[in-house]
Ligand binder design. Structure first.
Ligand code: AMP
Ligand code: GLY
Length: 425
């Protein structure tokens, strides 16, 4: 099988690492990829927004499967353009990607199908939204409808803060993502991520994870794309997993089918585990980053076959198997991330960390400058450790981080704290 993987982050490096284990793989191309993916496949530079160019590449290189990593390309309909040309794609259609592309779409779908989520109202102008806020109390959550690089959500602790968020969104703070907004009830509980693999009709639970969104130790400071993660999330028991599939995932897939937009690919549910049960916070229509880095090393299946079967609507009857081992990923970020990360700084001794047992390093934002690895983005490296417990995985990941000589890099020192506490109890 020849595969084209699209994306350039740590997630794509993790996907590439899993794909190359497949005995069915002939050639793996990654566009644009990064120095990490170049070690396992061939990086190519395609303009992903030019659907014809991607299709042409697939035809010229006899590509059997395209796997799309980032959400924006799915929301823009890259999958549809390739499927139309007869190419198998792992990743949903544009219509199905609305589950991530429009918060209002997903909230309406939940309401119409009794899928548990926060109560909400949607608005297309500031004065109605402000009038609605006057009937509510804080805390309350204001969200731009569209994707805003993880920044379009304001959990307002006061009504004044909520009003400011409404005004900022309609004033264009998030561009077109904020021309519609959703205001929703604040949910309290513990958050967890639940992944399902779906082929349009059939679905299986894929894995669970928890991440650390805030930049600083003790979950402080601004939100980021994620500073670390671990899998599985033991708070999601087998019974809870069945409940999530039954109350959230299956009803969503049925509703999408009924709308003529069957979902295929990875459906990633961000959940709040409330006293009344699990509630959907949001959907993503792809693997998480850095969640893929902890989930995929645990997968005991041929990912290439799984993706190919899924793309053709032929997901196997039995659910994918995962190792009982736990995995934990530490994100190394560049100084000043998430504000204005310092790029171009040199990274040394990566191979010392890579040589350690049970450690996988994935590249997220790196580039080679005259043979020297340098930081090229905010989140730069991911260190993934596997072990029978999260406590052990955490120790191994931090030991590996200490081998890396990168003066301008930093990481959180408490990744996995929730699970470590649970294991100690
Ligand atoms: P989202 O982009 O929708 O995942 O939101 C980002 C983060 O905002 C979530 O991970 C939660 O921590 C928080 N959040 C979103 N919606 C709610 C809600 N209704 N209640 C409490 N926290 C929320
Ligand atoms: N880590 C969160 C995401 O991938 O959306």
């Amino acid at each position: 099988m020849n595969i084209l993987l699209i994306g350039s982050g740590g997630r794509e490096h993790a996907i590439a690492n899993a794909l190359v284990k497949s005995p069915r793989l002939k050639q793996l191309f990654i566009s644009p990829g990064n120095p990490g993916t170049a070690q396992v496949g061939a990086n190519v530079s395609l303009d992903s927004s030019n659907h014809d160019a991607v299709r042409q590449f697939c035809q010229d290189h006899a590509i059997d499967l395209v796997a799309i990593g980032p959400e924006q390309l799915l929301i823009d309909g890259l999958s549809d353009a390739l499927v139309k040309a007869g190419i198998a794609v792992f990743g949903p259609s544009q219509a199905a990607a609305q589950l991530e592309g429009s918060k209002g779409f997903t909230k309406d779908l939940c309401r119409d199908n009794q899928i548990p989520t926060a109560d909400y109202a949607a608005f297309d102008n500031a004065s109605d939204a402000l009038a609605y806020l006057r009937t509510k109390s804080a805390p309350i959550v204001v969200k731009a409808d569209g994707v805003a690089a993880g920044k379009g959500v304001v959990v307002a602790m006061t009504l004044e803060e909520a009003q400011q968020a409404v005004n900022a969104m309609f004033a264009g703070a998030f561009g077109t993502a904020g021309t519609q907004i959703v205001i929703e009830e604040f949910l309290s509980g513990e958050e967890a991520s639940f992944f399902a693999i779906c082929d349009g009709v059939r679905a299986h639970p894929f894995a669970t994870a928890q991440d650390h969104k805030r930049v600083g130790d003790g979950d402080t400071g601004p939100n980021t794309g994620g500073m670390g993660a671990y899998s599985p999330a033991s708070i999601i028991s087998p019974a809870l997993s069945r409940q999530v599939m039954g109350e959230i995932i299956y009803p969503t897939l049925k509703a999408m089918q009924a709308r003529g937009a069957p979902f295929s690919g990875i459906l990633y549910a961000g959940l709040m585990l409330t006293k009344e049960g699990p509630k959907l916070i949001e959907y993503n229509v792809r693997f998480g980053d850095p969640e893929a880095q902890v989930i995929l090393p645990r997968l005991e299946e041929d990912l290439a076959s799984l993706m190919f079967d899924c793309a053709r609507g032929e997901l196997p009857i039995s659910p994918p198997r995962f190792s009982r081992h736990k995995a934990l990923t530490l994100v190394m970020a560049a100084q000043n991330y998430p504000d204005k990360p310092l790029i171009g700084t040199p990274i040394h001794n990566l191979e010392w960390a890579e040589a350690l047992a049970d450690i996988i390093i994935t590249h997220a934002g790196t580039r080679l400058e005259n043979g020297q690895l340098v930081a090229a983005g905010g989140r730069v490296l991911n260190i993934t450790a596997s072990a029978p417990t999260i406590c052990e995985a955490q120790k191994k990941a931090y030991a590996a981080a200490q081998k890396i000589d990168w003066k301008e890099g930093f990481y959180r020192h408490d990744i996995g704290w929730r699970e470590v506490l649970r294991e100690k109890v």
